[in-house]
Every structure is written in structure tokens, then in C-alpha cells.
Design a protein around this ligand. Structure first.
Ligand code: SAM
Length: 296
């Protein structure tokens, strides 16, 4: 079993970026961040087993002092490599999301219905979309309130396929989902089969620009904030008049940026929902109906 040296310390969330930059400069091979009940953060930085961890420890403390980054309880140690995915599976029990979903990360598909909730069996593997992230939960909570029966949906950045699967289970007739990461598309494909919605979900590796013409009733984009701002215009091109555009993965600064930049003002969009969870925001826009030509 492979071993790693590590440094572990706690700090205020506002210093996480600076401390991460310091350990990155020092050649860390990986960081694990864990929120603490106190409101602080526990950071664990891993180094090769061949590193002199005593020296790494003192070097780190002196760099933090020089950069005025306050860290507490800094300690060094050795750890055996763990299978994070296996641990995640062992620790994560099925859980509810919103009013209608039940997410089961287990491998076994059981037919038992849970309090009349819609069950999704998801094995995220190497793709984002376990259902535990607030940005995903915001999308699911918006989706469960949209009229989806018989509608068409475009899921941009599908990850594990979670939002595409949820849409199909809520009655969407046709879902198209894309991701730039081919591994995510493989994972999404296997999740679609596991949930028996593969007949109604088409997947492709690529970006929204690869699409020709057709309009969708609902477009979902849980992506990085700056990417959303950059691609907003392209998203709107694929939205049916009166369709809904769900933008998630936005931090406060991204939402402010979207409104301040004036891009929304220049597009045929009206804000219909603005919801938040933790530090994440989700904005839902309706596409304005096509303007009637004068005299009609
Ligand atoms: C935050 S995850 C969202 C996953 C899932 N939709 C969810 O809500 O949990 C964003 C996903 O978008 C993909 N992605 C990033 N840039 C993209 C782009 N330009 N076009 C399509 N997918 C992209 C990433 O590979 C990643 O799987």
C-alpha cells in the first residue's frame, strides 16, 4: 500500500486560498479540505513519502509567518493511501433532496419506493454530480417545480448525468446532455442505463456550440460562473420562446456580474427565480415570447 507524508492544520476560511498557494509552491501532491463545526477549515496537504516532512513542516510555518497567514495546530504525519471512492460509498447513505427526490449512491438498484419520492441510483465515480453539492440541489429543487411532462431538456455539463436523469424521471420526453469530459459522458451513460431512462437521454462529448438550431423547453447549466457569463448568449440561442433557462454554480460575485454586465438586459430573458443555498445561487430565466410584428 502506498504511503504519503502529510501536514495538517486549521485556519479561517478566508485564509484557505493563501495557505493552499503556499503548499502548492512547496510541491504538495494533493489537498483535502474539511469544514469544521467551529466555522474554520481543516486542511491536509499530502507530500511524497520521500519528502523530509519535518523540514516541510518548519518551512511551511515560516512561509505562513512571512505571508501573515494564521494557521493553528499544524502537525505532520504519515498516512497510508486510501481508496477515496470506496470510502465515500461506504460513508454515504441514501438521502433526500428537495421535496421529490431520493438519491441512492449504492450499486444495487432496489425497487422500493421511498416516501413516494423519485429514486435516482447514481454512481458518480469520476464525475461531478453526487447530489450532495448545493449547486446541484438547487437545480433539482427548481426542476421538480417546472412542468416537464413531454418537454425537451438540454443539460449542459451533465457530469454524472444527475440532472438529465431527474428531468427524464419527471417526465421529459427528450433530454440531450453534453459534457466536455469524455469520462463524465461514460459515467452518465452508465447511470442513465442504471435508472432505465437511457431511451430518453442522448449524450455527447462536447460543448453547446456543437448543436445546430433546435430549441429546448428547458436548459440546465450548472457550470463555473465565468463560463456561464461567457456562454449565456449561446444558451439563449437554443432556448424555445417561453422556455426556462436554469443557471447554477454561481457565487454571489457571478450573479452580480451577470446583472451588472448588462448581458441579460440585451437578451430576451426575464428573471423568474433567484434561489440560494449556502454560498451558491441559482438563477432561473424565462425566455420572452417572440415579439409580434407590428399591426398583429
Ligand atoms: C459542476 S459540474 C455539474 C454536474 C451536474 N450537472 C450537476 O449539476 O451536479 C460541471 C460539469 O460541466 C462540465 N463542463 C465544464 N465546462 C464545460 C463546457 N464548456 N461545456 C460542457 N460541459 C462543461 C464539467 O466537465 C463538469 O462535469
Amino acid at each position: 500500500m502506498r504511503q504519503w507524508n502529510y501536514l495538517q492544520f486549521s485556519l479561517h476560511p478566508r485564509h484557505v486560498e493563501a495557505a493552499s498557494a503556499i503548499v502548492a509552491e512547496m510541491g504538495t501532491r494533493g489537498l483535502h479540505e474539511q469544514p469544521l463545526k467551529s466555522g474554520g477549515v481543516l486542511l491536509k496537504a499530502y507530500f511524497d513519502a520521500s519528502s523530509d516532512i519535518g523540514r516541510v513542516h518548519s518551512d511551511f510555518e515560516s512561509r505562513c509567518r512571512d505571508s501573515a497567514v494564521p494557521v493553528a495546530g499544524c502537525a505532520a504525519g504519515i498516512e497510508e493511501e486510501r481508496d477515496w471512492l470506496k470510502e465515500w460509498r461506504r460513508n454515504l447513505n441514501p438521502f433526500p433532496v428537495g421535496a421529490r427526490f431520493w438519491i441512492d449512491p449504492g450499486r444495487q438498484v432496489s425497487e422500493t419506493s421511498v416516501q413516494d419520492r423519485i429514486c435516482m441510483w447514481l454512481e458518480p465515480q469520476m464525475a461531478f454530480g453526487t447530489g450532495t453539492h448545493e449547486s446541484t440541489q438547487l437545480c433539482l429543487e427548481v426542476l421538480e417545480r417546472l412542468p416537464l411532462t413531454g418537454r425537451t431538456v438540454l443539460d449542459i455539463g451533465t457530469g454524472s448525468g444527475i440532472l438529465a436523469i431527474a428531468s427524464a424521471k419527471l417526465g421529459a420526453a427528450d433530454v440531450l446532455a453534453c459534457d466536455i469530459d469524455p469520462v463524465a459522458i461514460q459515467v452518465a451513460r452508465s447511470n442513465c442505463c442504471r435508472n432505465r431512462v437511457d431511451q430518453r437521454i442522448r449524450l455527447f462529448t462536447g460543448e453547446v456550440e456543437a448543436l445546430a438550431g433546435s430549441g429546448f423547453d428547458v436548459i440546465l447549466a450548472n457550470l463555473e460562473g465565468s463560463l456561464i457569463q461567457q456562454k449565456l448568449n449561446a444558451f439563449v440561442q437554443h432556448l424555445h420562446p417561453q422556455g426556462s433557462l436554469v443557471l447554477s454554480g454561481l457565487l454571489e460575485r457571478d450573479a452580480t456580474g451577470i446583472f451588472r454586465s448588462g448581458i441579460v438586459r440585451d437578451l430576451p430573458l426575464t428573471l423568474s427565480q433567484d434561489v440560494a443555498k449556502g454560498e451558491w445561487r441559482c438563477l432561473v430565466f424565462g425566455r420572452n415570447p417572440l415579439a409580434q410584428p407590428e399591426g398583429h
